[in-house]
Design a protein around this ligand. Sequence first.
Ligand SMILES: NC(=O)c1ccc[n+]([C@@H]2O[C@H](COP(=O)([O-])OP(=O)(O)OC[C@H]3O[C@@H](n4cnc5c(N)ncnc54)[C@H](OP(=O)(O)O)[C@@H]3O)[C@@H](O)[C@H]2O)c1
Length: 316
Amino acid sequence: MTEHMRAVRIHNFGGTEVLQHADDAPVPVLGPGEILVRVHASAVNPLDVGVRQGGFDFTHHPFPMTLGWEFAGTVERLGTATTDLRVGDRVFGRPALHRDGTYAEFVAVDPAHIARAPESLPLPEAAALPLTAQTAWKALFEIGGLSAGQTVLILGGSGGVGTVALQLARHAGATVVTTASGDGITLARSLGADEVIDYRTGELAARGRFADVVFDTVGGDTLEAAYDSVVPGGHLITIAGAPDAERADREGIHAAGFVLESDGQRLGKIAALVDAGKLRPVIQRTFDLGEADQAHKAMEAGHLRGKIILNVTTQR
Ligand SMILES: NC(=O)c1ccc[n+]([C@@H]2O[C@H](COP(=O)([O-])OP(=O)(O)OC[C@H]3O[C@@H](n4cnc5c(N)ncnc54)[C@H](OP(=O)(O)O)[C@@H]3O)[C@@H](O)[C@H]2O)c1
């Protein structure tokens, strides 16, 4: 017998009107090694908006499709998985992109892709971190090799990824320079940036090469200009565009881009940092699941200061 749940799904690509609320969506059927998690809250990411608009190649994914790939919740069912997790454990993670997402009461995940949620955070706040913080961690440390005493430039310090990246870089003992505008400048300073440059001025271009690691979360012209900030032998990592390997070679720097694959061990280290008081999520606004269209409109309007969250089973 099929079990049912509440979910927000799309039956075709398009505007926010394609986000359809259903009370009778099928609960995901567990694949080999997967567990079922009761979603308490899902984050909304630019990825979700891009997929909804048909801007990414998601042709591998059948309709109706449940969006959202960042969550916090509790373990509901273990299936055949080999895992230390137990029913009722508080967990957070980023499900595989080929699976249905987290705008739903339940999600099926590989337990190797998730971790126990930070004990010090309510689940709706923990939902702001798994995709975002892992992305920042991978860029700064696994690719960029950022270490104490180095200088990092984080392009886009007031957004979902940027607000986490600058806290992680600060904790690693790097000198943190970031870009922002308006009240994003105050926010970036409050999160530990040593220096915040208003990107609407020409100040960054005038500075020349000064950063061992440049992390670009903006793309476009910002990415184009980012090469000129990296010291010889340094790293440029972008998550918002395609790196130009030939240009990087010519300039004697390393350039890389990636699409995150979730790793429960990495996520466990991030949870420990939260519980040690070294990292906190920044949440711009919280909506209920039934307001997913409004959440997408808020994301499309831009100028975010941290994350947008959808409450799924948690009452506000
Ligand atoms: N490859 C991956 O695995 C991966 C993972 C996560 C995210 N991403 C991508 O990374 C990008 C950022 O994601 P996000 O969640 O951080 O987005 P977001 O929360 O929407 O952040 C955008 C932030 O950038 C600021 N901004 C806009 N233009 C800027 C500029 N020229 N210089 C500096 N800051 C600027 C915005 O504030 P103001 O406009 O008010 O200044 C806003 O605070 C998106 O393209 C997303 O798709 C990729």
